[in-house]
Design a protein around this ligand. Structure first.
Ligand SMILES: *[C@@H]1O[C@H](CO)[C@@H](O)[C@H](O)[C@H]1NC(C)=O
Ligand SMILES: *[C@@H]1O[C@H](CO)[C@@H](O)[C@H](O)[C@H]1NC(C)=O
Ligand SMILES: *[C@@H]1O[C@H](CO)[C@@H](O)[C@H](O)[C@H]1NC(C)=O
Ligand SMILES: *[C@@H]1O[C@H](CO)[C@@H](O)[C@H](O)[C@H]1NC(C)=O
Length: 279
């Protein structure tokens, strides 16, 4: 039990340290005044926090003067549109110019909400020749109406920020928050205890805290105004789904495993407090 606790605590300690070095999309974009409106949208919808909780991601950004299609959108719809601009993989210019089949279909943060229908949660990026990359929703009947402009910033291979010419608004996304969850989470490894969290088709963003009880993060002060995504960014996808299980795993042992976990969580919380004080 001591050994188990020690290794689990070490695991979380390393996890927390690696989080402490993580990027901050708000800060990264803050250096570019021509993206200030897009940056504000990311913050106000809580999508910035979802981006920061990821390790391998690409954010597609649009200049202030091309954001008029977003005017008048409700907060829910705006949040989903912002999520469409966050790819759950790392793409820089070079990778896009060397696509094996000149085209790729990539899941976005919107796909993780369970509200995306018929490939609305995926983007299609296609090299139309001479290195010019076009982007659009991967859903049927969509066109690739946006073009890659240039790279804004990158931290290989964690985050890449690419400028695109136009916002991408998948057809029907305005009503998507009202439809029942239909798509599986792309990266969810397996049935997890979080299943029971699956969202009712609720029109409003849920303002509750993170769904993961395992990750009290020092990087996310409660001051963050974020209406965070309910199952949204699924932070657990990157976290200890594969944490080392205690060696003896009979059913009758689960209560002692639970108490071991409880003690470990206390240790983790204390480590967090310690780190917050130190950093
Ligand atoms: C960058 O990605 C690697 C591998 O995915 C991960 O181990 C590392 O913690 C990430 N770094 C940051 C700052 O998120
Ligand atoms: C990111 O930076 C912004 C401003 O630079 C700050 O308000 C916010 O708390 C930071 N977020 C994290 C997760 O550190
Ligand atoms: C490229 O296309 C071929 C034939 O359609 C397919 O078998 C292969 O999986 C594709 N490769 C990638 C990386 O998508
Ligand atoms: C992307 O869209 C183009 C044009 O509609 C299409 O030809 C291509 O097959 C799509 N790529 C993928 C990976 O679906």
């Amino acid at each position: 039990m001591d050994k188990y606790n020690t290794s689990l605590a070490t695991f979380f300690f390393v996890l927390i340290l690696s989080q402490a070095k993580a990027f901050n999309i708000t800060t990264l974009l803050g250096h570019y005044s021509s993206f200030s409106d897009f940056n504000n949208y990311l913050t106000q919808t809580g999508v910035a926090a979802a981006i920061n909780s990821r390790q391998t991601i690409t954010v597609l950004v649009v200049e202030n003067n091309n954001l008029s299609p977003l005017a008048g959108k409700s907060q829910d719809v705006l949040a989903n549109i912002m999520r469409v601009h966050v790819l759950l993989d790392y793409f820089d210019i070079q990778k896009l110019q060397e696509l094996p089949n000149k085209t790729v279909k990539v899941p976005t943060l919107f796909q993780t909400t369970g509200h995306a229908n018929n490939d609305q949660g995926f983007l299609n990026m296609t090299d139309l020749g001479s290195g010019s990359i076009s982007l659009g929703s991967a859903a049927k009947g969509e066109t690739l109406g946006s073009n890659l402009v240039k790279s804004i910033a990158s931290q290989p291979f964690n985050i890449s920020i690419l400028q695109i010419s136009n916002v991408i608004i998948p057809l029907g996304i305005d009503s998507s928050t009202f439809s029942p969850p239909s798509s599986p989470l792309p990266r969810a490894p397996a049935p997890s205890p979080r299943k029971h969290h699956s969202p009712a088709p609720s029109p409003a963003p849920i303002t509750g805290g993170p769904t993961s009880s395992l990750a009290p993060s020092p990087n996310r002060p409660s001051a963050a105004p974020a209406p965070d995504t309910p199952t949204g960014d699924a932070p657990t996808a990157d976290t200890p789904a594969d944490a080392p299980p205690p060696a003896p795993t009979g059913d009758h042992d689960s209560s002692s495993a639970n108490s071991a976990l409880g003690v470990s969580l206390v240790v983790v919380v204390m480590l967090n407090l310690f780190l917050v004080l130190v950093i």
